[in-house]
Design a protein around this ligand. Structure first.
Ligand code: C2E
Ligand code: MG
Ligand code: MG
Ligand code: MG
Length: 277
């Protein structure tokens, strides 16, 4: 088999390095092709209220590779960032997520959902970002108040004035802003307080730690308190057990997302499983 031969051959001189370069080149060309061929799909993971009502979804991108099958974003997002291909992919995600919401807005059951969309560092840093969001809103005609952009704490470290101005411009469009993976970065409290953030998203690592010890759990409680003191909504991600859900609920968490409540799924399989417990 040609592939095997190639591998043995490069092993002779520069095994790892050569393979890495080879892998990269292959990834690069297949990723570009994937963009042209539209091999990406969005899955949607439900977000629930304290009363277990589904009030939102997060759009999560997947690459359906013709040979390798479904490739999770953890594998290709870092590469997409590095190669700047995240820019066309990010525009596609933004458009498609809003188009899906526009479609759901025609059905009575799903019409009020908030659609959360992940934004990458590079995407947020481009000068055109705000106008791209505006264009997507105009083209799809969705209600901006039902669009929530997920930024990460790690992207707040650069030019603070630029970040504040961009966030303010986004708020002017009427969209919501969520801070994803919160608690894993290093934003100062005085800085956080200056940002027009609507929601803090507790990172999965804190949710997981709740059942480990009281000391660990106190971190999640502190984030809930911090968010509420700053007038923000707080959502926990990675909720996998009933015990985590109950604990978070007892500590005032507003929203919940995780395998306990629903896995990411394609839009056509989207069914409302409203649980009134
Ligand atoms: P994220 O935004 O923090 O998304 C949450 C991740 O946790 C998702 O993984 C989701 O499937 C997973 N998850 C949800 N509930 C649970 C749970 O109960 N337990 C566990 N163990 N995991 C859970 P996914 O879909 O593989 O996405 C990984 C990351 O890739 C995302 O983390 C986000 O940073 C990035 N990503 C995904 N879609 C996009 C996108 O469209 N654009 C950009 N820029 N990044 C994206
Ligand atoms: Mg996210
Ligand atoms: Mg997250
Ligand atoms: Mg995360």
């Amino acid at each position: 088999e040609a592939k095997g031969l190639g591998r043995n051959h490069v092993c002779f001189y520069a095994p790892q390095m050569h393979e890495k370069i080879l892998e990269r080149v292959t990834l690069d060309s297949s990723f570009r092709l994937a963009l042209q061929r539209n091999e990406f799909v969005l899955h949607f993971q439900p977000q629930w209220s304290r009363e277990r009502k589904m009030i939102g979804v997060e759009a999560l991108v997947r690459w359906i590779h013709p040979e390798k099958g479904m490739i999770p974003p953890g594998v290709f997002i870092p590469f997409a960032e590095e190669s700047k291909l995240i820019l066309p992919l990010g525009r596609w995600v933004m458009q498609s997520a809003m188009a899906q919401l526009a479609c759901w807005q025609e059905t009575t059951q799903l019409r009020d959902l908030v659609m959360s969309i992940n934004v990458s560092v590079l995407q947020f840093t481009t000068v055109d970002f705000v106008s791209e969001v505006e264009d997507a809103l105009t083209q799809t005609g969705v209600n901006p108040a039902q669009i929530q952009l997920e930024l990460t704490e790690s992207m707040l470290v650069r030019d603070q004035l630029d970040i504040i101005q961009k966030m303010q411009a986004l708020k002017k469009l009427g969209v919501l802003i969520s801070l994803d993976d919160f608690g894993t970065g290093y934003s100062s409290l005085s800085y956080l307080q200056q940002l027009p953030i609507d929601q803090l998203k507790i990172d999965q690592s804190f949710t997981r730690a709740i059942e480990e010890s009281d000391k660990q759990a106190s971190l999640a409680a502190s984030i809930i308190g911090l968010g509420h003191n700053l007038g923000m909504e707080v959502i926990a991600e990675g909720v996998e057990t009933q015990a985590q859900f109950d604990w978070l609920k007892n500590h005032g968490c507003d929203l919940y997302q995780g395998f306990l409540l629903g896995r990411p799924q394609p839009s056509n399989e989207f069914v409302i499983t409203e649980d009134t417990n």
